[in-house]
Design a protein around this ligand. Structure first.
Ligand SMILES: *[C@@H]1O[C@H](CO)[C@@H](O)[C@H](O)[C@H]1NC(C)=O
Ligand SMILES: *[C@@H]1O[C@H](CO)[C@@H](O)[C@H](O)[C@H]1NC(C)=O
Length: 200
């Protein structure tokens, strides 16, 4: 049943590549008074800009918990449906700017024990219980940028709630998320079921 090869760290080249756009980074609003503890737990990736470590993988989830030192454990895992290979990577996140009165939902995420020196995970909006819109942007010179984007959900698809779905579409539109560049993640394939998420 569990005939996956566990391919820890294999082909996961880190958060090196988002998608390059011929436009400068935009100023966006992120969630204020961010509640880290409500944000912890399991999230399903529903769609994202292409990031190298997610190429050709489906069933992508991210699970956030606390390390003993209070930083956030980031456990990403995925299955490549073509051959059933399971991919997983452990990382660490810290709040980018913890020394402020009102916490902003900006985090520095890194993998492989790399320093947390990039503010590369910004929560544009979340209700903690259903969805999270994550984006970040790094300028590449004056007119180009490297953007990351993920739509995360607490369930493998968004709840059947028109209002919620409309809200997310509006937020994506306002944040300049480009639909043409999106990769949609499969969560309902047979191959997703055997993911031993909890046991890794
Ligand atoms: C997060 O990264 C930013 C650079 O983007 C840096 O200024 C900040 O000090 C880092 N925060 C922490 C807690 O390391
Ligand atoms: C999450 O979605 C459900 C179903 O649409 C809704 O009832 C609930 O109020 C939402 N949660 C929050 C915090 O908005």
């Amino acid at each position: 049943m569990f005939n996956y090869y566990l391919c820890l760290l294999c082909a996961l080249v880190g958060l090196a590549q988002g998608t390059i756009f011929e436009r400068p980074c935009r100023t966006v609003e992120v969630v204020q008074d961010f509640q880290v503890d409500k944000y912890l737990g399991l999230w399903y990736d529903l769609e994202h800009y292409e990031a190298s470590f997610e190429q050709n993988t489906d069933c992508v989830t991210a699970e956030y918990s606390r390390y003993e030192d209070g930083s956030i454990r980031v456990f990403n895992s995925a299955v490549r449906l073509t051959d059933g290979l399971l991919y997983a990577v452990d990382g660490r996140a810290v709040l980018s700017y913890p020394e402020v009165d009102v916490l902003e939902a900006k985090l520095n995420v890194s993998f492989y024990g790399a320093p947390n020196d990039e503010s590369n995970y910004w929560v544009l909006d979340t209700d903690y219980e259903n969805y999270s819109i994550v984006w970040s942007c790094e300028p590449l010179g004056e007119d180009r940028s490297l953007e990351y984007y993920w739509l995360l959900s607490r369930t493998p698809s968004l709840p059947e709630d028109e209002e919620l779905r409309e809200k997310i579409l509006t937020l994506k539109h306002e944040s300049g998320i480009v639909d043409d560049e999106l990769i949609v993640t499969e969560h309902f394939a047979e191959g997703c079921k055997n993911k031993r998420h909890k046991r890794l």
